[in-house]
Design a protein around this ligand. Sequence first.
Ligand SMILES: *Cc1c(COP(=O)(O)O)cnc(C)c1O
Length: 402
Amino acid sequence: MSAEAGHPTAHLDGERINVMKPWVGVEEAHAVAEVIASGWLAQGPRVAEFERAFASAQDVAYGVAVSSCTAALHLALVVAGVQPGDEVVVPSFSFIATANAPRYVGAEPVFADVDPVTGNLTVAGVAQVLGPRTTAVIVVDQGGIPADVEPLAELCAARGIALVEDAACAVGSLYLGRPVGVGADIAAWSFHPRKLLTTGEGGMLTTDRAEWAERARRLRQHSASVSAAERHASLRAPAERYTEIGFNYRMTDVQAAIGLVQLGRLQEMVERRRALAAVYRDALDGVPGLRLVEDPPGGAANFQSLWAEIGDEFPLDRDALLDALAAEGISARPGIMAAHLEPAFSGWPLRVPLTATERLTARTLILPLYHELGEAGVLRVADAVRRASAPVAGHARREVRT
Ligand SMILES: *Cc1c(COP(=O)(O)O)cnc(C)c1O
């Protein structure tokens, strides 16, 4: 499949550039058609196959497919044994699902500030807010930038605290040369189209702990003791029991079939994004007051979200830059949200000031980056940013080029 040939106009002046676009095509359509022809539409053999393939790609023993990353985060806290009244340390600087998850189990999210460069939790930031009631930490690989998990894992292990990795954005990102997620007790993934690898909607839990995987597998299907596959395998289905209060968090075979095709392309997707991020980096090099997020020490990002921080030397603030880009048909986005600033968390007590969080959420924007954007598309966005940063110099550049 030639992405460039399929979408040759993405870079043309006047053509709208979106912030993100899933890379899907005829192979996914064929895979879905096969599932429909098979007559097995809900959770079945394709889901089982996707779980095995995904776990193997992530270098972990078990994968449990679910309906979303939000569902995965909820089940992760249940199997980790988080109880009502417990505290769970989370970044506020994340999609709100991270902060909501502890509340689903009656626990309290405690916000830690993030590193001002990577936007991720740090061991020092987490240590500041730990308390006697803390039973879990949710570390996020924000925007696909790998978090520095190793020191956090040591801190958590020493205190008997579960470390959950919200790797929603980070499929294909590496930390210390291995897929992100392996350093945590359990990791949660998203396959929403806003992320890199999509199944439409969908999520996954990965873990090396057999008991946690087994319990999550039951919980996602009402905690039924007999799976749909087992029931189907015999004419006289075995009697089933419902072992605890469960949920319907199942993925469908239709979704898993899409996921299997996408997983086969993961390497290519990540390489392409890293190449396009490098084009951005070159094209925006030296723009005063503009900082592009980079690989952290020990990590290689998938650049699911390539964000830029707008400093004081940039002539426009973040929102004015978004307006300038929109005027050129370019849809960038404000950066990552901060949960503690949302009405859902109004009045929520803060244990430490969230200085880096508030700075990053106010000053960052996410630049368009998707598989089919191409180098020319990146250069068009970069050119628009440059002209916004130095209107006069920008015009001169333009004349030279035409
Ligand atoms: C997108 C996202 C989620 C939620 O994923 P869903 O699959 O939509 O539930 C959770 N955490 C982070 C960090 C995300 O970016």
